[in-house]
Ligand binder design. Structure first.
Ligand code: GDP
Ligand code: MG
Length: 208
């Protein structure tokens, strides 16, 4: 028998950051526990995974870009009503680090449709590719200081080795749970009977 949860929340989690910082690789590591050295351009897509805390189940719907960040800004609907946003930069690329503030600003500019109250959103900063030790350009202190300034948790990850990937998503799910418990976000009214405790099979993912 699959467990039943008294509190369920389907949440939108968006990945932001310059091209090639590892957004898609981070999702692949979390959902499929795999890493690919050479990636083709991303097909805009979302994957789902549930994180359970006692009687609560947070379903993370992970939104990935279709690579449009390379050419243009992301459409407002990508940001709209996101519950959690990860801003990812590449620890070996200073330019990508300098884009963090831009994305932080874009979240608040696009999170709610005009004339609607601001949708509550939590943000986490990810410094990815920490396996590339000798190529590293951004030290921990500098990144942590920026994250503290904008009041966000900071995670150093490697999609390649898997370091801290699961931990970052668990923290995101915890933050969403807290938002729900503080009533800034509502739990889903309908009970979600389809609880998935392991990553969904490939054919179960929804791509758009
Ligand atoms: N060494 C290393 N390479 C990574 C890591 N994450 C991603 N990559 C590589 O960086 C490139 C861009 O990754 P991708 O996930 O497509 O970036 P995106 O454009 O942000 O989605 C690919 O060649 C990946 O294999 C990592 O943690 N370590
Ligand atoms: Mg991508």
């Amino acid at each position: 028998m699959e467990p039943k949860f008294s509190k369920n929340k389907t949440s939108k989690v968006i990945m932001l950051g310059s091209t090639s910082v590892g957004k898609t690789s981070i999702i692949d590591r979390f959902i499929w526990n795999k890493f690919t050295e050479i990636r083709e351009a991303t097909i805009g897509c979302f994957n789902m995974k549930n994180v359970n805390f006692g009687s609560a189940c947070i379903q993370l719907q992970l939104w990935d870009t279709a690579g449009q960040e390379r050419f243009a800004s992301l459409a407002p609907m990508y940001y709209r009503r996101a519950d959690y946003a990860f801003i990812v930069f590449d620890l070996t690329n200073r330019e990508s680090f300098e884009r963090v503030q831009y994305y932080h600003h874009e979240i608040y500019a696009n999170i709610s449709p005009k004339n609607e109250p601001i949708h509550p959103v939590k943000i986490g900063i990810i410094g990815n590719k920490n396996d590339l030790i000798s190529e590293r350009k951004i030290q921990f202190e500098e990144a942590k200081n920026l994250a503290d300034e904008i009041n966000c948790p900071y995670f150093e990850t490697s999609a390649k080795t898997g370091e801290n990937i699961k931990e970052a998503f668990i923290e995101a799910a915890k933050a969403i749970l807290l938002l729900c418990e503080n009533h800034e976000l509502k739990f889903d009214e309908e009970k979600n009977e389809q609880i998935i405790l392991t990553p969904k099979k490939k054919q179960d993912t929804i791509c758009c």
